[in-house]
Design a binder for this molecule. Structure first.
Ligand code: ZN
Length: 265
């Protein structure tokens, strides 16, 4: 009898153990399922329609990407033309008022861009070596302030002669570049001798036509380019653009305006 009772107890215990085991496995299964359910729920979160805030955020991110793309393109364009030797200053491209430049002295009063002055000095030396003594720099760098003074003095002189301010300004523009639109404000141009048309009959002019490109200088305002430069022929005005550019411009027979367009392509 005792034995039977013992086996019965054992049976009950075994039954209970099996029962609880199954239950706990089921619980695990349930908790596993709830994990899946949770993950599914978070998945649903990702694909659910965006809130307005999220839309705005994403649009801003896109815009940022777009504008950085644009900036990269701008940088590429600038790589071609953003060369200090090729800065274009003319009737429609003025230098900024706060334009800064490091100057070096040609002589006691005349100044030139310090990055280019050695080319100018070498050119003048070579000219003398070839027997040309009578070529000198008459005018080089002019500050925008100085240009303003010239410009305003001229306007006032016309007003004193009885012109209205408007008439005076119109007349002045024919003689003097507006401050900031003269290549002399850039510090890369020189006028030789007396700013005289007969300069192109001199040996010095002939020498410059043949050799200036080897020192990075070009005749800036040619007769046949007046339509483009909007400046009358000036045999005395020479501009530094660097040796490579000067040679290429002569080879292609292009003025600076044309050459810059050509380089942009
Ligand atoms: Zn000049």
């Amino acid at each position: 009898m005792k034995k039977t009772a013992f086996f019965l107890t054992l049976l009950v215990i075994t039954f209970l153990i099996i029962y609880f085991n199954i239950n706990s496995t089921n619980n695990k299964k349930i908790s596993l399922n709830s994990n899946v359910a949770f993950e599914n729920k978070s998945f649903i979160n990702v694909v659910k329609p965006l809130t307005d805030d999220e839309k705005i955020y994403l649009k801003e991110q896109d815009d940022e990407k777009d504008s950085s793309k644009e900036n990269n393109n701008e940088e590429k364009d600038n790589l071609n033309i953003d060369d200090w030797k090729l800065v274009l200053v003319n009737y429609e491209n003025a230098l900024p008022e706060n334009f800064e430049i490091k100057l070096a002295n040609i002589d006691k009063t005349r100044k030139f861009d310090s990055r280019a002055i050695s080319y100018l000095n070498d050119m003048l030396k070579a000219m003398r070596k070839d027997g040309i003594e009578n070529v000198w720099v008459q005018s080089a760098y002019r500050s925008i302030e100085y240009q303003k003074g010239l410009y305003n003095d001229k306007i006032n002189s016309y007003i004193k002669l009885g012109k209205t301010r408007e008439e005076a300004e119109e007349l002045t523009l024919k003689k003097i570049n507006k401050p900031g639109t003269s290549e002399h404000n850039l510090g890369l141009s020189v006028d030789f001798n007396y700013v005289d048309y007969t300069f192109d009959e001199t040996k010095g002019f002939k020498w410059l036509q043949e050799n200036a490109e080897n020192y990075g200088f070009i005749l800036r305002y040619k007769k046949e380019k007046e339509d483009i430069t909007k400046i009358d022929y000036e045999p005395w005005h020479w501009r530094f653009v660097g040796v490579e550019n000067a040679k290429k411009m002569n080879e292609l027979d292009m003025c600076l305006e044309e050459y810059i367009e050509y380089r942009k392509k």
